[in-house]
Design a protein around this ligand. Sequence first.
Ligand SMILES: Cc1ncc(COP(=O)(O)O)c(C=O)c1O
Length: 302
Amino acid sequence: MMNATTSNFPPGIAYMGGKYIPMEEAKISVLDWGFLRSDATYDVVHVWKGRFFRLDKHIERFLTSIEKLRLVLPFGREPLEEILKSCARRAGHEDAYVEIILTRGVSPTYSRDPRDAIPTFIAFAIPFSWVSNEEQRKRGIDLHIASVERIPPGAVDPTVKNYHWLDFVSGLFEAYDVGAENVVLFDGKGNIAEGPGFNIFAVTNGQVVTPATSTLQGISRMAALELLDELGVPASTEPLPIETLKDADEVFITSTAGGVMAVRTVNYQPFHAGAPGPMTRKLSALYWEKHGDPAWTTAVAG
Ligand SMILES: Cc1ncc(COP(=O)(O)O)c(C=O)c1O
């Protein structure tokens, strides 16, 4: 386990250019298309008590995103998995946030043709991080529906995990300006899309709905849908109108960075069942229970 230092970086280990290095040494060129053009994809898998949660699903989503962006990973799936495990092992955190990134890279001639760039691969493991802090997880987070729209799926495919976050960041400032703690964006057509790093669910009369489109197909969202099925709760993916969200019995968000987390208010409005509501509690408990199940997890040490 690395010692926390006075460094400006969280303690951890990165893999870059074929080497494992301390987090503070993990740097990319200012000429990288990932930095200059957000031309990159990434994925984040978490480790909980020494086990990756749904590693295979994260790797599959990463490989699909790479293909959709016509990027090329310079090695196969097995070395990728080994690098992830090795970063996590070397970092030594029991609970970790493990990210993999592939950017278009740098073109040696600064060519404007993306085909001329040589891809940059980065992986790193740092301590686990949460969308909602401890207090917010206990009493539910206060969300604001921003006036800014989520970038439309016709412009950037939201199923490719991406760094097009200017809409989210503008939305976050809008939320802070009105005293809210986080933001959710809509799709420009009156339906809720997603928030910075999370999917959203509304529970009404025992039925659960999460937006079908305009969102990343979150691995935690997928887990929540599977677990709701296991609990015998009807859940569907369909458009989620803003009004349905505001009038829900309970609302929760899902993310690799925290699992199933309660929402207390949306635009200052509390929900009928309070927060955390009974469905959120039940689902969250089952979500964390699965972290000890070998069918859902992979040992870092393995
Ligand atoms: C835009 C966006 N939506 C949803 C999510 C949740 O996805 P997952 O459950 O795979 O963490 C993320 C995760 O970072 C995200 O960036």
